[in-house]
Design a protein around this ligand. Structure first.
Ligand SMILES: [Zn+2]
Ligand SMILES: [Zn+2]
Length: 311
């Protein structure tokens, strides 16, 4: 899919300016080229990655549609570059009467379906779990399984719109605790902190340099008493990437990949015996424990991933 991640500018929370990321997909090269030419008028250096534009999300969606594209708000809860993270409590306030043109939102590593379904305005939006292209080895640490007739832009759009039987069948992704921004973080203490709903100061040092975690941000803005996903919400399947599993280092991962080709195969298809034959008993046991959820997950925050331990 031809795509572009665009940073928009909003009047943010508490009078501060906020920025958000948007994933924009286009059907043809001519469309994305024309889009890029127009976007260049709103960005200082169009050749750098995700430079801040002077457009709002409300303005950007028109430009995307002009070139036959679709707009998906990206990693919607992350603290620094997302709509809920630092722009608004409601996407509807950003997109106003154009809110119906948004049919899918991207959850990001630190959230999942259960957390996002605490916000009622997301009820009829499709959730996508994407890994981005900043780092090749991390591709497919999150992904979507879709039911489509063939692999084309039109079919994927239909799946995202839940049209003609096309749909997202499952979301695969991290346990949100493993994400880099799950819990809140005090920049002054340089440590994760627990804060309750309305607090904006660090309970340890009294500092105000707090980076809200995704979990805490959702606690603050959720409007459903009970989390209940809509009937047609596909399952969210947790997966622990190999690099998070204790005792599985770079060399072992390389060996496993040489043998089983993809991380998806290793995490979802291969048996313990097969893994053991390639990487030994201990590694096989740890990978299977991770797959079965027989692990302890310690929350991440402040830009540091969560951790997995196996007792
Ligand atoms: Zn981004
Ligand atoms: Zn502190």
């Amino acid at each position: 899919m031809l795509g572009s991640e665009v940073e928009t500018s909003e009047k943010g929370r508490g009078g501060k300016s906020g920025s958000a990321h948007n994933v924009c997909f286009f059907p043809y090269l001519k469309d994305i080229k024309a889009f890029s030419n127009e976007l260049a008028k709103h960005v200082k250096n169009i050749t750098l990655s995700t430079q801040r534009s002077d457009l709002s999300g409300y303005e950007l969606i028109d430009m995307v549609e002009k070139y036959n594209g679709i707009l998906i708000p990206a990693h919607i809860f992350t603290p620094h570059k997302s709509y809920y993270g630092n722009c608004s409590n409601r996407l509807q306030d950003i997109f106003k009467e154009k809110y119906d043109k948004i049919f899918a939102v991207e959850l990001g590593l630190s959230s999942d379906t259960f957390l996002a379904d605490e916000i009622s305005e997301l009820e009829n939006k499709t959730f996508v779990t994407n890994s981005d292209a900043h780092s090749l080895p991390k591709i497919a640490r999150e992904y979507n399984k879709m039911l489509v007739e063939d692999i084309s832009f039109q079919e994927i759009v239909k799946a995202l719109k839940n049209e003609d039987g096309r749909k997202v069948l499952a979301n695969y992704g991290l346990d949100p605790k493993l994400g880099k921004y799950h819990r809140s973080f005090c920049e002054d203490c340089n440590d994760s902190i627990e804060i309750d709903e309305a607090a904006t100061i660090c309970p340890k040092c009294g500092g105000q340099n707090i980076t809200f975690g995704v979990f805490d941000r959702i606690e603050l803005i959720k409007d459903k008493k009970q989390t209940k996903s809509p009937e047609n919400r596909p399952p969210y399947i947790y997966q622990v990437p190999l690099s998070f599993i204790p005792g599985v280092g770079g060399k072992t991962i390389e060996k496993l990949l040489n043998h089983f080709e993809t991380e998806m195969n290793i995490l979802h298809k291969v048996s313990e015996d097969d893994i053991e034959a390639v990487a030994g008993k201990k590694v096989a046991k740890n990978i299977i424990s991770s797959i079965n959820g027989d692990i302890q997950v310690h929350s991440g925050g402040g830009g540091v991933y969560g951790k997995v331990t196996i007792s």
